[in-house]
Design a protein around this ligand. Structure first.
Ligand SMILES: COc1cc(C(=O)NC2CCN(C)CC2)ccc1Nc1cc2c(cn1)c(C)nn2-c1cc(Cl)cc(CCC(N)=O)c1
Length: 303
């Protein structure tokens, strides 16, 4: 191989890729396709030497042609690479060659909370608290580092084999340069988008992640998102008008309802701060220390 110091892709077979990292050659075996998202395809990638398996997001440069999209990708990599936390997907490495950008990330064997909630229909309140603790932990860490995730949704809450939460996908994240900075724009459509992002009047900040936590909590307990409709425009109208209901056939505690209502406040300043959510009545309830693997399939029976 040309042992130059840049990360170049050695000439190898289609499923194996070699990167010459200065004197060290890293060979990765590309495995099965795990899924697609945005410009990326995600494969299992195994480091031939260490046998460690990663989630490798591979983006064809030919699809990321506009400066805006390239800047977004650079920003995702820059922000994600700067984070290290037990409940944030670990950013391992990133390489590029003439055709592709490769982002090696921590593999989460149990996929995301979207699959879990789909399979279970809805979660119990103790289970929701178990996940909320880890999501709040990760978000407090990000906010302390002036990072807003801006796309917190079930599909971005990844789960390890032992059902530990790992927040991923920093494709819509933003780093604030100073504390009271208000972001004016966001390119891309967050699923659980906050009203102030839609109106764009006075910018948005950390409160958008609190809004999304409310949407995640509602979705875990009810089984579907509060503003979901068949078409995006109607969903946006409901978000702007703050129209959502608690279905009568699903019973949730008053404390859960109160926490959801407080986080889904149309006025960002009136929402609780992340630190306030810890002291909400809902979060004082019992929190399982861990969840049995069977929670992926059925409601844990009271031990
Ligand atoms: C073993 O680990 C996984 C397995 C699967 C899986 O079984 N996917 C099946 C593959 C077969 N098809 C038919 C159904 C889904 C899916 C995800 C896994 N793990 C897994 C996937 C991961 C990550 C960590 N860990 C990270 C970080 N980013 N991504 C990532 C990245 C992209 Cl671009 C797209 C997707 C899929 C959509 C989604 N949000 O889940 C995921």
């Amino acid at each position: 191989e040309n042992l130059d110091t840049s990360n170049t892709l050695g000439a190898a077979g289609s499923n194996t890729s070699q990167w010459v990292l200065g004197p060290v050659v890293n060979t990765y075996i590309r495995g099965r396709l795990l899924g697609k998202g945005g410009f990326a395809k995600c494969f299992e990638m195994t480091n031939a030497k260490t046998q460690r398996v990663y989630a490798g997001k591979i983006i064809a440069k030919s699809t990321v042609t506009k400066m805006r999209a390239r800047q977004k990708l650079r920003s995702e990599i820059q922000i994600h690479a700067s984070l290290r936390h037990p409940h944030v997907v670990q950013f391992e490495h990133f390489f590029e060659d003439d055709e592709y950008v490769y982002i090696l990330l921590e593999l989460c064997d149990a996929q995301t909370m979207m699959e879990l909630v789909k399979r279970r229909k809805r979660l119990t309140e103790p289970e929701a608290r178990y996940f909320m603790v880890q999501i709040l932990d990760a978000l407090e860490y990000m906010h302390r580092r002036c990072v807003i995730h801006r796309d917190i949704k079930l599909g971005n809450v990844f789960l390890t084999r032992d059902l530990q939460v790992k927040i991923g996908d920093f494709g819509l994240a933003a780093k604030l340069e100073y504390d009271h900075e208000r972001k004016k724009t966001i390119c891309g459509t967050p699923n659980y988008i906050a009203p102030e992002v839609l109106s764009g009047k006075n910018g948005h900040s950390y409160e958008v992640d609190v809004w999304s936590v409310g949407v995640v909590l509602y979705t875990m307990l009810i089984g579907k998102p509060p503003f979901e409709t068949t078409d995006v425009k109607t969903t946006y109208k409901r978000i702007k008008a703050n129209i959502y209901t608690f279905p009568t056939n699903v019973s949730i505690s008053r404390a859960a309802r109160e926490l959801i209502v407080s986080t889904l406040n149309a006025t960002p300043e009136q929402r609780p701060r992340l630190s306030d959510i810890w002291h909400s009545e809902f979060m004082q309830g019992p929190v399982p220390r861990c969840l049995p693997r069977s929670a992926m399939e059925s409601e844990p029976t009271a031990a």
